[in-house]
Structure formats: C-alpha cells, structure tokens
Design a protein around this ligand. Structure first.
Ligand SMILES: Cc1ncc(COP(=O)(O)O)c(C=O)c1O
Length: 388
C-alpha cells in the first residue's frame, strides 16, 4: 500500500542544520554549529518557584483548555514590553504563539498563496524558509550588503506578499540594520506597498547599545512583528508572539485554532509568574554580559588563528559570527574535514534560497566556553589552511 502524499509534503525538506547537528554532537567535537542559547542562562530556580506558585494558586485554570489568543496578563505584559522598545500595540493585536516559529507558519498560512512571491534577505533564517515552503511561494531574494537589504534594490520585491526581514543580530549573519537603513528600507517598502514581516528573537541580546527601534514601530499598519521568549528565558517553553495589524488578527487566530487550539496555558502562566515583577531587568543583562564575553573570546581567536583571505563581521549582539573565506572556499566540503579536526560549524549555503555563497560559515559563540572557543577556532583554522 502506497499512501499518496500531498504536493506540499514534497516541498518540505529536512533542516540541513539538524542533519549537521546529528553528526557534530558526537562527544569530543567542539560544536560551533548549534543555534541554541546557552543552557547556563536558563532561570531554573525562578521557573521552579513559579511552577509551584501556579500549581498552588491557579491549578485548574492552568491545566484547562485556554483562549487561542493567549493568557491575557501575558499579552498585556508583551504590550508593555514592546512599548519600551518604541512599538505601540494594543494587547488585542497580540497572539501568543507556540514559539515564534509558529508565528512564521501562521503568517505563511494567512498571507501566501501558491505561486505568490515572498521576498527574503540573503542569507536568511532557514526555519522561515521551511515554514513558508509548504504554502508554495515563489521566493524572491533582495540583494543585501553588511547593513541588510538594499532599499534601492527593493523593486525586485514589487508585488510580493511581504518582505521577511531580521533587523537585529540576524541569524545567520549576525548583522544589525542601522537606523538610517531602517528608515530607507521602510520608505522603499511603503513606496511599493510591500508589507514587512519582522522577526526579532535576538533584539534584547545587545552588548553595548540597544539596536534602533523595530521597523514595526514606524509602520505598524504595514508590519507583522514576531517576538520570542526563547532567547531571554528558555526555548523549551515554546513561547513567542505575533503582533499584527488589527485586520489580520481574526484570520491569524483561526489559523492558530486549527493548528493547536492554543499555546500551552500552563507554560504561559509560569512565564508570566516569572517575569511579572521585573525579573528580566536583571536576567537579560546577565545574558548580555555572558554572551559579550564569549563574543570577545571568539573575535580574539579569529584574529589570532584565521588564515589570510578570511573576513568576519563584528556582531554587536546575538549569537553568531559570519565568516567569509576566499572565493575558492567550499564550506560544505570543509565541514567533514573540520569535523575530523574536532570542530563543527554550519556552512553558510544552508541559509540561501538560491545562489548560495559557498565560501561562508556560521559560527555560534554562546554554548561553548571561551577556552574551548579558542581551541575550536584554532582547529577550524587548521582545517581551512589545508583546504584553501
Ligand atoms: C530568526 C529566528 N526566528 C525564529 C526562531 C524560532 O524561535 P522560537 O524558539 O521562538 O520558535 C529562531 C530560532 O532560532 C530564529 O533564529
């Protein structure tokens, strides 16, 4: 018996990164490949105490089915939090999602028809490409430089359903779009009536200065904004949120209901209990300080060991370095050699919808301790020197 699958199933593909991680998480390998936050930042004690309080004070509500929009006090908290980032949104415009990854899926479901163009940056977050693919978009890549999408080239996206963009400490390139570029980009998008889907899971992880306000703060009626608790609390909670123009909310909500009825109310109440009295005011700066020290360790190691012909960005937040080798480098072919040396990374090609730049690599600096970062970069440099 052959069970016939839908056409959309054919368009789904395994995450190349997850496949790589299976190989690289072997013991003894220094993995700079994972895109995971450091588990040392998870607020275990605060979670334990909050869980106890939720089970003591509101057990029936917490364990019951709940509203698809999300837990009211958590939506109010998100609205207040966004206001401190310059984004004015009413709680009625906020839907709590099962990770921001679900937000990407809901946006795809509601906004993409088969064959409709969707514009992306190059490189971009692979998980978004995977979320959109089943809805069969025609992906259009907007040319980018180190400051993000080029406003003068945005015409290639004319007629697209939206531009998917990560202005803060992008996964994978680590870049942060400047205030000036944000203004130009918004102007260009407004000129051609191009809605924006702004994904911002890393925005709070800045090292010295906060990034400029979100695109959504300047053009709320044209932007869908996605946020996440994964990088400031813990990804295992699967808690994120979508902020959308009012007209889109009913359809996003219907899509959400069809997908999972609601995001676990238990988790939402625990998280609200953890953060309601300002927990993140100390917790997030502690994450920033830790990640900054790791960034410094990786930058110093890159400067010490990398062969000539390689260049890298200077991430001012987030979790990633983006390394560019000489044009002859094939980072996909380099990976098995690097693993033999005892270090792993993600080849940058994984993050392009088309015309991958084969000479690029993504290096995560947050999960490996600084001493191992130093050794990992030394091993990577050895593998590179043998290849180029
Ligand atoms: C750019 C980007 N968007 C969305 C996500 C999904 O995050 P969440 O855990 O909130 O689903 C990730 C996860 O790494 C990401 O890097």
């Amino acid at each position: 018996m052959i069970i016939q699958m839908a056409r959309r199933a054919e368009r789904m593909s395994p995450s190349i990164i997850r496949e790589i991680l299976k190989v690289t998480e072997r013991p003894g390998i220094i993995s700079l490949a994972g895109g995971l936050p450091s588990p040392d930042t998870f607020p275990i004690e605060a979670m334990r105490m909050a869980t106890e309080r939720v089970l003591r004070d509101q057990p029936r509500e917490a364990l019951q089915y709940a509203a698809s929009e999300g837990f009211g006090p958590l939506r109010d908290w998100v609205a207040d939090h966004l206001q401190t980032h310059g984004l004015q949104a009413d709680a009625s415009q906020i839907i709590i999602t099962t990770g921001s990854q679900q937000g990407l899926d809901l946006v795809g479901k509601v906004l993409i028809d088969a064959g409709s163009p969707v514009a992306i940056e190059a490189p971009t977050y692979l998980g978004a490409l995977q979320a959109f693919a089943p809805y069969e978009p025609e992906i259009v890549t907007v040319p980018c430089d180190d400051d993000g999408p080029l406003p003068a080239q945005l015409d290639v996206a004319k007629g697209a359903r939206f531009l998917y963009v990560l202005p803060n400490f992008q996964n994978p390139s680590g870049r942060c779009v400047s205030a000036h570029r944000r203004v130009q980009l918004l102007q260009a998008a407004q000129d051609i009536g191009l809605p924006i889907v702004e994904d911002n899971p890393y925005g709070d992880l800045w090292f010295d200065t906060a990034p400029p306000p979100p695109l959504a703060s300047h053009w709320p009626e044209g932007t869908v904004y996605l946020g996440s608790f994964s990088k400031v609390l813990a990804p295992g909670l699967r808690l994120g949120y979508v902020v959308a123009p009012k007209a889109l909310i009913p359809k996003l909500l219907q899509a959400k209901q069809a997908a999972d009825l609601h995001t676990p109310g238990f988790n939402q109440r625990i998280v609200h209990e953890v953060i309601r009295d300002g927990f993140l005011r100390d917790h997030v700066p502690a994450i920033r300080a830790r990640y900054k020290a790791h960034r410094d360790a990786m930058r110093a190691a890159l400067e010490r060991h990398m062969p000539p012909g390689c260049r890298w960005n200077a991430p001012v937040g987030g979790m990633f370095f983006w390394v560019e080798g000489p044009p002859s480098l094939d980072a996909v072919a380099l990976l098995p050699k690097a693993v033999e040396h005892g270090v792993a990374f993600v080849p940058g090609a994984a993050f392009y919808a088309d015309h991958p730049r084969l000479n690029t690599l993504r290096l995560s600096f947050v999960t490996v301790p600084p001493a191992q970062i130093e050794r990992g970069i030394e091993l990577l440099a050895q593998a590179l020197k043998e290849t180029i």
